[in-house]
Write a protein that binds this ligand. Structure first.
Ligand SMILES: [Zn+2]
Length: 170
């Protein structure tokens, strides 16, 4: 009996690795580390958590080892509502990243709990026409499992969002 070993995965951080992933039909995925693991573990449970400083009570995201507002080192992962607004976005038409077909929206979303521009969740805006997305659009979190054990928090228009494709003019 022979055994087969899986080929090593391409390195998603290099251009050559990205090209190889595109050829293989693989999508890039996050690799949790000590700093970010609580965020990804929560996403697997379909919960959205971000860091909150116990000294100054400010939220921050992306996660850091220290509070960007006061330098405090006691940061607690805090569950938030999953509601937010689009801080800014682009529509990518070039599709150079493997796994992304058609036009897609790359956005920063401010969670409802913190409107500071420095508290922003990087995501895609799904379940709508990219032409519908606007700055300030109310959105809500949704969860997309891209491989076993890796779930991305993504966002979609909240019910109160105005959609041009439905004749509403934001
Ligand atoms: Zn702080």
């Amino acid at each position: 009996m022979t055994t087969q070993q899986a080929a090593p995965l391409p390195n998603p951080e290099t251009r050559a690795g990205q090209e190889e992933m595109k050829r293989m039909g693989l999508v890039p995925f996050p690799v949790p580390d000590d700093l970010t693991r609580p965020f990804w573990d929560a996403a697997n449970r379909h919960e959205l958590v971000i860091q909150k400083c116990s000294a100054c009570s400010e939220y921050q995201h992306p996660p850091r080892a220290a509070c960007m507002h006061c330098g405090g080192s006691q940061l607690d992962w805090t569950r938030v509502s999953g509601k937010g607004t689009v801080y800014t976005f682009i529509v990518d038409h070039r599709n150079e990243v493997p796994g992304f077909d058609g036009n897609y929206v790359f956005a920063f979303v401010n969670p409802a709990e913190s409107s500071k521009p420095t508290t922003r969740i990087t995501c895609n805006i799904l379940e709508c026409d990219p032409a519908d997305v606007y700055i300030g659009m109310p959105v809500e979190v949704m969860y997309k499992e891209i491989k076993p054990g890796i779930t991305l928090p993504e966002f979609r228009p909240a019910p109160e969002a105005k959609l041009r494709s439905k004749g509403q003019n934001p």
